[in-house]
Design a protein around this ligand. Structure first.
Ligand SMILES: [Cu+2]
Length: 260
């Protein structure tokens, strides 16, 4: 949807199949953006591969990896995943209970998804950060994924209008000049984008791999930094490219008004 080549692919797709090429996003959305009380220490996590603004789902195979990094300790949560539906398509859910103050970095490594409209595989390495009981150390720690957004803004406790800044690391090194697609999780189709350019917005990483986006309205926002994986995957005897996305989700909120 961004570069000329992608537009051409999209146009060719429209001619061939009349199916628009939408921006794909790995998603991991927690039931709470922050954990503040012992009574509500259980967080439900929903993992999907979707088109978040348009509310169109895709079937997601069971991820290769799903886990949390909390206090520098990695815990494998793959066995906790159960099937669910997101946007009427196959997705996954889990739950995690915070027992002590900490910052949980939840991460998903999916099976590569073949997208016929783009004639390539897509794998989005996706993260969300949930802090618990006032702790906030460790939100900028890398999980160690081959492509990963390291937040430079604390990725929780943000108001609408705040700027989100992140650094893209590919194989541990800052990646310059990479498109970062930005999309809103338009739950229940609450909003209608005025035109197709407002479905997916785009910013680029600078020479240091850093990107910035100012968030315009409340809810969950996804940032997907898109590079090509070094390897191809063979499908029916033909080597197909693999789009590797480093994806991060963060929630931005409005303050509460005093009731008059
Ligand atoms: Cu799709």
């Amino acid at each position: 949807m961004v570069s000329i080549s992608r537009v051409l692919v999209a146009l060719a797709t429209v001619v061939l199949t009349a199916a628009p090429a939408l921006a794909h996003f790995g998603m991991v959305i927690p039931s709470q953006d922050v954990v503040t009380s012992k009574e509500k220490a259980k967080v439900d996590l929903v993992v999907s591969f979707s088109h978040p603004m348009e509310g169109k789902g895709m079937n997601m195979a069971k991820p290769k990896a799903f886990g949390v990094v909390d206090g520098g300790k990695k815990t494998d949560l793959l066995a906790t995943l159960k099937p669910t539906k997101v946007m009427d398509h196959d997705a996954w859910k889990s739950e995690y209970t915070f027992k002590r103050p900490g910052v949980g970095i939840f991460y998903v490594v999916p099976e590569p998804y073949f997208e016929p409209a783009e004639d390539k595989y897509i794998e989005h390495l996706t993260k969300v950060v949930v802090p618990a009981f006032g702790e906030e150390e460790g939100w900028d720690e890398p999980v160690g994924l081959p492509a990963e957004i390291i937040p430079l803004s604390r990725p929780f406790g943000n108001y609408v209008g705040n700027v989100f800044t992140g650094k893209l690391l590919v194989d541990g090194k800052p990646a310059a000049g990479v498109d970062v697609e930005v999309e809103y999780y338009n739950k229940d189709n609450a909003y209608t984008p005025p035109n197709e350019y407002l479905v997916t917005q785009v910013v680029k990483t600078d020479a240091n791999g850093v990107f910035t986006y100012a968030v315009p309205f409340a809810g969950w926002w996804g940032f997907a930094a898109l590079t090509d994986a070094p390897q191809t995957i063979e499908k029916d005897g033909v080597a197909k490219k693999v789009e590797r996305g480093a994806v991060m989700w963060a929630k931005f909120v409005d303050p509460k008004h005093k009731k008059k």
